[in-house]
Design a binder for this molecule. Structure first.
Ligand code: ADP
Ligand code: ZN
Length: 722
């Protein structure tokens, strides 16, 4: 037999099939160890065939293959081939998406645990050996039990019983449980008529994709869970994708309480061992529901009955490292492969998604009301220009202070949202206007008061806070642009009795960083939660009755065609955290641009109005979904290297452009908006393409260009254009 093998070396020079002789029994998807050049390497069997074109004397043999089912399923191989072709990416790199990194590096392996059970007649135990009797009783009641547990309860009696020959042992695979002991209350709810109708429509539609457009708090989760349960009864598996699982532990506990160990969680916050075990449980069919962020779309489950993408508008669903896949595209491939439904859910669907639903490509299901007809919180806009004129320099308007006092007085909780961490956006010299910049990135540094240092938010570098201006020697530094640290500081002065938590990238490091803060807040150990966009995500805190949006404009003026859409989404999502319990909620939104139509639509919860205006503008200016934004990035070790590479990229792309000029709405090369990140010089060729443009040729050009000290890659409709 001959195996066609892809070696696990992510280099385009070896990105081809190698034939190896193999024994019977090796099948496609198996992970193998093979001789390669002078070394050995691991690889994956893509296909098995009878004969090879390689002369027999040159044909090498596979050394060995993993035991058990092949690491890659037939579906994984199918997807991998599609993705490698679509993104012009070495197959080895694509295959890595389908396996836990721990498995490739071989750094973890299965964990085992020994169980004991009763063998023989417990009547042999003398009556004075009370603990031994208790142990025997325990085992006859509970059956086989892990040794560590028995030892902790019955101590030396375990060995004593063993000596009497009354115990049998069995070693079993132990799956490390990332959330051992954490269970939400069992909540199987009676669906509301709107929820049942949504479930029915997903079930009955002929279309593969359904978009669940439901306002915040409309009970989308319960719909997903019902649909998953249906599939589980049919013996099928499910994929449940969420933007960032560490931000929604409640969702996880709900899943665990409903589906128990059938749920496996895949996310980066797990330890290597846990991740490996969760993956194994899915691969072996022991777990049937895979939950996780975008990478979980590659979960090794077979016979998929449902795929859910919650908060489908979230930017985290497009990958920012190669292969730069889009989660929706992969999910759709899987849905078609399995003949199952793909459900997208959001209170604020991406404009591109909504258009496809509106056009009839997706089943559009709308849930316009919150559960139990709870009202959406009332949003009030505060004109911050007027606050400044009135001489209020603080980050809180008079209205926000008044509402915050009232909220705290009533014993409720509040969330304050500000999309900037640190103390101040930057420190500026009042005398000469000097702004400290990162040495490796073309960005201003952010002042962090807790550590009294300046930090670069692009590369993480830290710098000492200078006592005097390095440019003019002046001593008058001014802090511009409020960050979360400063807000917390000011709150403690305004409300000394209030307990304040801060949640941003600086306070959430470590495995359970987010969880600890969210749990504290939900256990009412704090009154105010201050944070960046992390506080906007799906949380369900019933006691929150006030949400303050401190600076609604921050994301509005990004030079990006999605900035309006993103602002609308962010405001709707944060506002949606208020008033989810029995008491009505409210929102105070502070802005320097109170007439802005995006803010107006967001305050009125008018998605349709927002959408009509936005789609009209996209059409008029030819932006997605009416065209595709394609950016070819060039990043070089030196400016010269980047420029040289850019020149070649540009010339080759220009040939495509000249041959198909009618499909290009825009084509030009330029500096990337951030010229340098982590010491790398960045340029881009920016394009806007009509449907049918030769995207494949663009990928091909970029895959062929090889420079020692420069990298080239392609981004489609990138969610980050910096
Ligand atoms: P969404 O995801 O649409 O924002 P959730 O799924 O978080 O909304 O649901 C909002 C709230 O309504 C949650 O507290 C949830 O427990 C509750 N809920 C959902 N469905 C029902 C139901 N059928 N009956 C009672 N409460 C429900
Ligand atoms: Zn930097």
């Amino acid at each position: 037999m001959i195996a066609e093998v892809i070696v696990d070396v992510a280099h385009s020079d070896v990105d081809k099939i190698f034939d190896y002789a193999c024994k019977e029994g090796i099948c496609a998807g198996a992970r193998v160890v093979v001789p390669f050049g002078k070394n050995t390497t691991t690889g994956f069997v893509m296909r098995v065939k009878g004969e090879s074109d390689v002369p027999a004397e040159k044909l090498k043999s596979i050394y060995r293959a993993d035991d058990g089912p092949p690491a890659l399923t037939a579906e994984s191989l199918f997807l991998a081939e599609k993705l490698a072709a679509r993104y012009r990416c070495p197959m080895a790199l694509v295959l890595r998406l389908f396996l836990p990194a721990e498995m490739r590096t071989g750094k973890v392996s299965e964990a085992y645990i020994t169980y004991a059970n009763l063998a023989g007649d417990p009547a042999e135990i003398p009556s004075r050996a009370k603990t031994q009797r208790a142990l025997a009783d325990f085992l006859s009641e509970n059956g086989e039990t892990e040794i560590p547990l028995l030892r902790s309860r019955f101590g030396a009696a375990v060995s004593a019983l063993e000596k009497r020959g009354l115990l049998v042992f069995e070693k079993k695979r132990r799956f490390r449980d990332p959330y051992e002991g954490e269970r939400g209350e069992k909540t199987e709810r009676v669906l509301t008529p709107a929820q049942s109708e949504a479930v029915r429509r997903v079930r009955e539609t002929e279309k593969t994709v359904a978009l669940l457009h439901g306002v915040t708090g409309s009970g989308k989760t319960e719909i997903y869970l019902t649909l998953i349960a249906e599939q589980q009864k049919l013996g099928k598996t499910a994929l449940f994708l969420v933007p960032e699982i560490s931000l929604t532990p409640q969702m996880l506990f709900q899943l665990r309480s409903r589906f128990g160990s059938s749920v496996a969680i895949l996310h980066s916050g797990l330890s290597a061992g846990e991740r490996f075990d969760e993956w194994q449980r899915l691969r072996e069919g022991e777990a049937k529901i895979a939950v996780g962020a975008r990478s979980a779309v590659f979960a090794p489950v077979e016979n998929v009955g449902l795929i859910v993408i919650d908060e489908e508008h979230d930017g985290s669903y497009s990958s920012e490292s190669p292969p730069r896949y889009n989660t929706f595209d992969v999910a759709l491939l899987r849905a078609r492969y399995n003949g199952c439904k793909l459900v997208l859910g959001s209170a604020t669907p991406a404009v591109e998604t909504y258009r496809r639903a509106e056009a009839g490509e997706f089943e559009l299901i709308t849930l316009p009301d919150r559960i139990n007809a709870r009202p959406l919180p009332n949003v009030r806009i505060v004109d911050m220009r007027r606050e400044v004129r009135r001489g209020n320099p603080s980050p809180f308007s008079a209205l926000l202070r008044e509402r915050l006092s009232a909220c705290l007085a009533e014993g409720n909780q509040a969330i304050l949202f500000l999309n900037r961490r640190g103390y101040a956006q930057t420190a500026l010299c009042r005398d000469c206007g000097y702004v400290a910049k990162c040495e490796r990135c073309d960005v201003a540094l952010t002042y962090h008061s807790g550590e009294n240092c300046l930090k670069c938010h692009y590369c993480g570098a830290r710098y000492r806070m200078p006592a005097v201006c390095p440019a003019c020697g002046g001593t008058r530094l001014r802090y511009v642009g409020t960050g979360t640290e400063r807000v917390v500081g000011e709150l403690s002065e305004l409300y000394p009795a209030a307990r304040v938590l801060r949640m941003d990238a600086d306070t959430t490091s470590g495995k359970e960083g987010h969880y600890k803060i969210l749990k504290k807040f939900s256990d009412r150990e704090a009154d105010i939660l201050v944070g960046t966009q992390m506080v906007a995500k799906g949380h369900d805190f019933p006691s929150v009755t006030l949400v303050g949006i401190l600076d609604a404009d921050m994301s509005l003026h990004f030079p990006d065609y999605r900035s309006g859409e993103r602002t609308f989404q962010l405001i709707t999502q944060v506002a949606g955290r208020s008033g989810r319990g029995s008491e009505a909620g409210e929102v105070v939104l502070q802005t320097y641009d109170p007439e802005n139509y995006i803010l107006r639509f967001a305050c009125a919860y008018d998605y349709a109005g927002f959408y009509r205006r936005e789609i009209g503008m996209r059409e008029a200016t030819c932006f997605p979904p009416f065209a595709k934004v394609v950016r070819v990035m060039v990043s070089g070790e030196t400016d010269a290297a980047a420029l040289e590479c850019l020149k070649e990229v540009y010339e080759k792309l220009r040939d495509i452009y000249t041959a198909h000029a009618e499909m290009f709405l825009f084509f030009n090369k330029m500096h990337a908006p951030v010229k340098r990140i982590q010491g790398k010089y960045r340029y881009q060729v920016l394009m806007r393409l009509l449907d049918g443009a030769p995207l494949k040729a663009i990928y091909a050009v970029c895959a062929e260009i090889k420079y020692k000290n420069a990298l080239v890659w392609v981004e489609e409709n990138p969610s980050n254009l910096s």
